[in-house]
Design a binder for this molecule. Structure first.
Ligand SMILES: [Zn+2]
Length: 290
């Protein structure tokens, strides 16, 4: 199948209102100091959750970036209303690709999150690795496109940029630079593909999301453990079977029980505090494109 020809990129920031890099990247575009448009498409910017941005909070009622499950778009929650409006306004646009800009408090550097392993995206990952070897390519492709709860999957094409570590509500120079560089490479890939410019691509190592690790809780709902100190800040570093991942307050460690090497990410992400997620685990995969 021929790759899609994208004639518009919708650049979304403020899906989480306290993640500032995307909002400032949009400002750089408005101010003319970052060039986003290319010869074959235009980049249109939008802020997904203006009220949350104003309040400098992740969301008002519920997490907007989990509110796009097709089954459940009717509710009074601020974010359900926003999701329904977003779908109405943007989901039907053909040949549009949505880029949703995020920050994480985890040390994930520049991570490209791809929700599909269609060739368009696997080749995109290869191109990004070539341009920006330090970038991480993370596939969250265990659900079908339609079943993903994310804003960026409302239309035909989309992806997320996840950049950190940056405290929510704050802005760091390095993080904004990483987001700029990753976005530039993604936009160049779209342009090259639109123009049928073939670039020699190589197979590459990427990550595939498997599961989340939860904190154990006491009967009051308080945690019985923290992320193991040897893991903090070490997103995408290998954990072997039997290695410690959590440290309990009673002095013993909890170990990775799986049989395969895993790569933790979103380690101690502050936004996952409420749901008591300690980290997500990924497996390494070799993506073949050549
Ligand atoms: Zn986010």
């Amino acid at each position: 199948m021929a790759p899609p020809s994208i004639n518009q990129v919708l650049l979304v920031a403020g899906t989480h209102g306290n993640e500032l890099s995307g909002l400032y990247l949009q400002k750089l575009i408005r101010d003319g100091v970052y060039q986003a448009d290319r010869s074959t498409f235009q980049v249109k910017s939008t802020v997904a959750n203006p009220l949350a941005v104003k309040k400098n909070t992740r969301f008002v009622d519920i997490d907007l970036n989990r509110a796009f499950s097709a089954a459940d778009l009717t509710s009074d929650a601020n974010e359900k209303r926003l999701a329904a409006e977003f779908v109405k306004q943007h989901a039907g646009n053909e040949n549009q690709l949505i880029i949703d800009l995020h920050n994480t408090t985890s040390n994930m550097g520049a991570t490209l999150i791809l929700l599909s392993s269609d060739p368009y995206y696997t080749k995109m990952g290869a191109y990004i690795k070539q341009r920006m070897p330090e970038a991480n390519i993370l596939f969250e492709d265990r659900k079908s496109w339609q079943d993903q709860p994310y804003l960026c999957t409302t239309g035909q094409h989309g992806l997320m940029l996840e950049v950190g570590a940056q405290a929510h509500g704050s802005l760091k120079y390095e993080t904004l630079e990483l987001m700029k560089n990753l976005l530039t490479a993604v936009l160049d890939y779209i342009e090259n593909t639109n123009l049928n410019h073939t670039v020699k691509l190589s197979d590459y190592e990427a990550y595939g999301y498997i599961e989340e690790v939860m904190f154990p809780l006491d009967i009051d709902g308080m945690r019985l453990a923290t992320v193991h100190p040897t893991l903090c800040g070490r997103d995408f570093v290998a954990v072997e079977p039997g290695e410690p991942i959590l440290a309990t307050f009673l002095g013993y460690d909890m170990h990775w029980q799986g049989e395969e090497t895993v790569y933790p990410h979103f380690i101690n992400e502050s936004a996952y505090c409420q749901s008591n997620i300690a980290m997500a685990m990924a497996e390494k995969r070799i993506v073949r494109v050549s």
